[in-house]
Design a protein around this ligand. Structure first.
Ligand code: SF4
Ligand code: SF4
Length: 362
């Protein structure tokens, strides 16, 4: 039987408040048996609270209603993210007053409160899981669905993999991707042809050393081909390693909860091309879609990615130097990375099934 995924559309069927998303979210949460899932439990609501002047993270209205639903079910919720995002969260409208619960740094104020787990994948030997996640009894993964320069799409998988760990683990997962580039300084003459031929402006030279910004890189190989000295080699599987690293981290984080204690809710609103960690907001690239929720992370993430369609692309919405090239999912066209690979890696680890049964909330 395919996993249940609920969906609330951003397009109201009637012009009254009860037909719009906050009310639909209430009714959606009502279908997930919060009493059984969260009563008498300490519930971590894991979010990406963004940074700096970004204004496209999840609106506090939706967070507050989720908090209220947990409280009404007899649970004890707290909202959590990395220490710097929590510290500046008030700037983006997230406070105990607007949300109705406390905000806690996921691995403590010093980002050192962690539990180590072995994963032994390439250079990622261990992941340091955030203490406030491991100590919680249950979790709501409340994610903003948007593009991501490393994985095509950033939703529940990225929210857990990058956000339920300390900063050091986040860097180690990112380095799985950077390791795909090899630059032989002894061959390089500094002609800058690689930089000038990069269509995505991903290459800079700092003190004579190449620096490739892998959020922007589309693995087009132009730099490797343009280099007359053959000083650059690129292992195209690098971004797969990154996504494998994310999936392994998700597995370790989810393992800390009893079955039935985690719910994934992804808001497909303000769908921008970049991750919220950039600290600024660019235009939406498709119209708002709605909210998906599911217990099976694979099914819920697949449904979320499926709903962002290339045919709904808003012309003129991409900031320079982004542009659409090639075919496949809209985020593959924009970032050169297939957004479903992270999902496939989770399937390979037995975390769920891509088939889903959609129940529309009305
Ligand atoms: S692979 Fe393509 S996008 Fe990436 S750095 Fe080289 S030229 Fe730029
Ligand atoms: S094209 Fe090759 S030789 Fe020229 S700067 Fe780039 S890496 Fe160095």
């Amino acid at each position: 039987m395919p996993a249940k995924v609920t969906f609330a559309s951003a397009r109201p069927k009637e012009l009254r408040a009860e037909a719009t998303l906050p009310s639909l979210l209430d009714r959606m949460l009502g279908t997930w048996n919060f009493k059984k899932r969260f009563a008498k439990k300490r519930v971590a609501i894991k979010m990406h609270l963004g940074g700096n002047v970004g204004f496209s993270t999840i609106h506090p209205v939706f967070v507050a209603r989720t908090v209220e639903a947990v409280k009404n079910a007899g649970g004890n919720p707290f909202v959590t993210d990395g220490p710097s995002a929590v510290e500046s969260a008030w700037r983006r409208g997230y406070t105990p007053q607007t949300l109705g619960c406390q905000l806690l740094p996921v691995a403590g104020a010093a980002d050192k409160y962690v539990y180590s787990r072995k994963v032994n994948f390439r250079t990622l030997k261990t992941v340091e899981l955030a203490g406030n996640i491991v100590d919680a009894d249950a979790m709501i993964v409340l994610s903003h669905g948007k593009g991501h320069g490393h994985s095509g799409f950033g939703g529940a998988i990225k929210n857990i993999a990058m956000g339920c760990v300390d900063g050091g683990t986040r860097s180690k997962i990112h380095r799985l991707m950077s390791a795909a580039f090899e630059w032989d300084s002894s061959k390089c003459t500094g002609c800058l042809l690689c930089r000038d031929n990069c269509p995505n402006k991903a290459i800079t030279f700092k003190k004579g050393k190449i620096d490739i910004f892998d959020h922007a890189c589309k693995y087009c190989m132009h730099c490797q081909l343009a280099c007359p000295q053959k000083a650059i080699t690129i292992d195209q599987s690098g971004y797969r390693h990154f996504q494998r690293g994310m999936a392994l981290t998700v597995r370790e984080a989810l393992k800390t909860f009893e079955p039935g204690r985690v719910l994934h809710i992804t808001l497909l609103l303000n769908i921008t091309p970049f991750c919220d960690c950039w600290g600024f907001t660019t235009p939406n690239i498709v119209p708002d879609v709605g909210i998906v929720a599911g217990e099976d992370i694979v099914a819920a993430e697949t449904a979320a990615i499926d709903m962002i369609k290339a045919e709904n692309f808003i012309e003129g919405s991409l900031p320079s130097p982004l542009r659409r090239t090639g075919s496949g999912h809209l985020f593959q066209q924009i970032h050169g990375k297939d957004p479903y690979i992270q999902v496939e890696e989770c399937v390979r680890l037995g975390l769920g099934d891509r088939k889903y049964r959609l129940t529309q909330i009305s």
